[in-house]
Design a protein around this ligand. Sequence first.
Ligand code: ZN
Length: 378
Amino acid sequence: MLQLYDSFARIKKDFKPYNKSNVLLYVCGITPNNATHLGHAFTYVMFDALIRFLKYKDFGVTYVQNATDVNDGDDVIKQAKETGKTWTEIAQFWIEHFQKQMDALNVMRPDKYLLASEFIDRIVSINEKLITKGFAYEKNGNIYFDISKFKDYGALSKYGNEQMLMISTERGNDPKDPNKKNPLDFVLWIKDDSEPNWKSPWGNGRPGWHIECSAMIESTLGEQIDIHGGGRDLIFPHHESERAQTESFTGKKPIVQHWMHTGMVMYEGEKMSKSLGNLVLVEDLLKQYSPSAIRWLLLSHHYRHPWEYEEEELKNCEQKLQVLGSKLQEKTSGDWKTIERYLEDDFNTPEVLRYLQTECAGETLKKGLELLGFEIKN
Ligand code: ZN
């Protein structure tokens, strides 16, 4: 039986999708305003490998991913202003860049790749519903989610109010916004007459980031899904808020059976992030290392654990793969059931790679590498 950890329950749970022939899987995508780094790759390679394993286990999968091309912040708009390009040109440029890096790493494209800007109508109608049901309120053209109406706010992250306030403020929430009833209330719609903006019953504006994912999931997969993924830093406030909104407007729970979060990739002692400037870009690594070596490095870390990138480790991966290449021609050794057992235990790829490297040769090795998406060159 496949067991996957659920960040909400904080335990490994049996994987029992609503419909075995159509596992509903959503992974939060990129904000298309910067180059793809190793932290991005860790998340998307991991889910790619997981999907390959689910399909091997005879599950059908619908995999949806998005790009946050517009939101209440100015991530893409700012770059457009600086470069004289349109915001859609900026978003398209970085989405193509991201897809090129993912293709190079042999990551399969999602079944649906969504742009938040294509779901504005649905976002507006969800906002109206939240207001009608008393979970949201309008003030001066902005719409806020009223967290006092959702008693469970904080149940996913397990953070107390003080911690939620600290983290959301770090991430750009303005606790002193005079329009708010509670400093933790978050934006569902923000009034803005500058470009780009969309019409709404409350005037021109743009949607909040969290409501976008709620709308895209509900519109394409439904009200309750099997797996929702993303980096660990998305648990709060993004997924916490998604959960509050979706449960409130659908009246159903749980909205997700397995919340799966990937650990942060660190570099030089800190989380790899654009703001800290400590990015290791996938395009740079691909100039020096094979896609399989990068894939091996990523899958040799358990998806839930944070880890620190060191180039020496990537060099070792390249060497290991060369040795393994020669072992493909040898007499078959290794036990396939052992490989499956590791993967069924919360997708323990590090144990599988260790086992492939130390115990396997011939057909078992080939099958194991193929299962995890390695491109095999004889
Ligand atoms: Zn999201």
